[in-house]
Design a protein around this ligand. Sequence first.
Ligand code: ATP
Ligand code: MG
Ligand code: MG
Length: 554
Amino acid sequence: ETGESLNFIEHIVEEDLKQGYSRSDLRFRFPPEPNGYLHIGHASSICLNFGLGERYNAPVNLRFDDTNPIKEEKSYVEAIKRDVEWLGFSWDTERYASDYFQQLYDWAVLLIKEGKAYVDSQSSEEMAAQKGTPYEPGTESPYRNRSVDENLELFQGMKEGNFEEGSHVLRAKIDMAAQNMLMRDPIMYRVLHKAHHRTDTDWCIYPMYDWTHGESDYIEQVSHSLCTLEFAMHRELYDWFLDQVVDSGKLRPKQREFARRNLSHTVVSKRKLLQLVEQGVVDGWDDPRMPTISGMRRRGYTPEAIRNFADTVGIAKRENLVDVSLLEFHVREHLNKIAPRVMGVLDPLKVVITNYPEGEEEWLETENNPEDESAGTRRIPFSREIYIERADFREEANRKYFRLKLGKEVRLKSAYIIKAESCTKDADGDITEVQCTYDPKSKSGSGTEESKRKVKGTLHWVSIPHAVETEVRLYDRLFTDESPDTHKDKSFMELINPDSLDVVKGYAEPGVANAVVGDRVQFQRLGYFCVDPDSSEEKIIFNRTVGLRDTWAK
Ligand code: ATP
Ligand code: MG
Ligand code: MG
């Protein structure tokens, strides 16, 4: 092994290899429920499981945990596959818990025959009242000692659709006095007269998570079944269910737990994200403000950045909150290397260069990416009338203001040095135009003495007659609170940032007209932007991915 540090799950695997597992025994899975889109928390789990697959050259299955037809949909299955692939991982086989419905049923029948499962015909309220508390044993169901024959007949009746929802459940007969409440005769099956996105109406009983998950791991011969901490108490039940079916000579899966990834200023729960979608707070699962993989993709995040983030943060044994600015740092770091630079102005102020000949233009050379020489150069048009950023001009300002002010010079990026001579205002006193003069000998890269003259401040700009008008969507955090799910007296829905989206009209250099959906650029001095799929032939729309610096006021 190299000197790199292993995470605690990798230590567990290493230990198992020392204790007799062979490398070919190793197999992992990523098991999403198709009841929503994947989010940044899932990305951590994906990186963990597929990372193990890469490290040990072991297969990783994509298993849909599709046992609840009420909340699951085919469209979610498709979105999940797209997102895992986009992150850059490929699964060994695509599996579905629903593939195992018959096997799970057969095993349940076996448990009944062995006196280890029974049909309970009480209401869910009655069963809940009998559960007891962690300090007191529960009460046994009056149906607990039904005969095997009666149980078999009822269970078959449940399967054949003879009973209403809620009339019967199948329970494992374990121990109503167990310390671990989950071991107090847990439910294995419930009646649900609902069509399933894969098995349609073949089944009207559906297996519960605990009964399904470990057995599915066993069927697939998954060696390490990694889940989040809230399942730690379920491990005993996972093991009990496996005890009922594991054959000697076959590999017995192990459940091990790691802490969920929580990210600041957002929620990572499909249920809560669904609420944002359904209540129209956002414009769908892939809204660029969502912490979903598809939202981050649409916003312009790269798979590399998300993976680097997941690798840097790693996995933990205890939950903690990671600041979203760390994710943004990785996005910026990657985009800095790959995003071509372009000039765009988002809050335009007209500048007229009075000594530049009217009706003339010239094309100036500029670098595409100073971080990447192989990115080459391009030409951008310059003319008498340009836009600069409104915030880049002041009539008067102190000596620390290195942008344009009356009587002072700045350099226009890749162009000339200009000097502000005067400005025009409207009736409200707002500046509508700045008149400048330029130094014709100061052209960038021309080698003249004037071109080498040092002036404090370089501005981005666009030539007005050549500019492409664009819509620019500026995003801010979706929540005003650092941890909206755990706020002491407000629900996350009350903590939504009312200003999370600002739509402005921007102007960009003409080459931008050729950009296609998904293209990522850096608007110089402004940040990274990505072409949104809402763009059309007539209108190009940019999403602001992230600013150039972390400017969020703490
Ligand atoms: P949600 O509450 O968002 O629906 P879930 O755990 O129910 O999350 P699943 O589709 O069951 O969602 O999750 C698939 C896998 O991803 C599981 O192994 C789960 O433990 C893991 N996972 C889900 N959320 C996170 C998270 N925030 N951090 C790390 N892993 C996660
Ligand atoms: Mg789940
Ligand atoms: Mg869930």
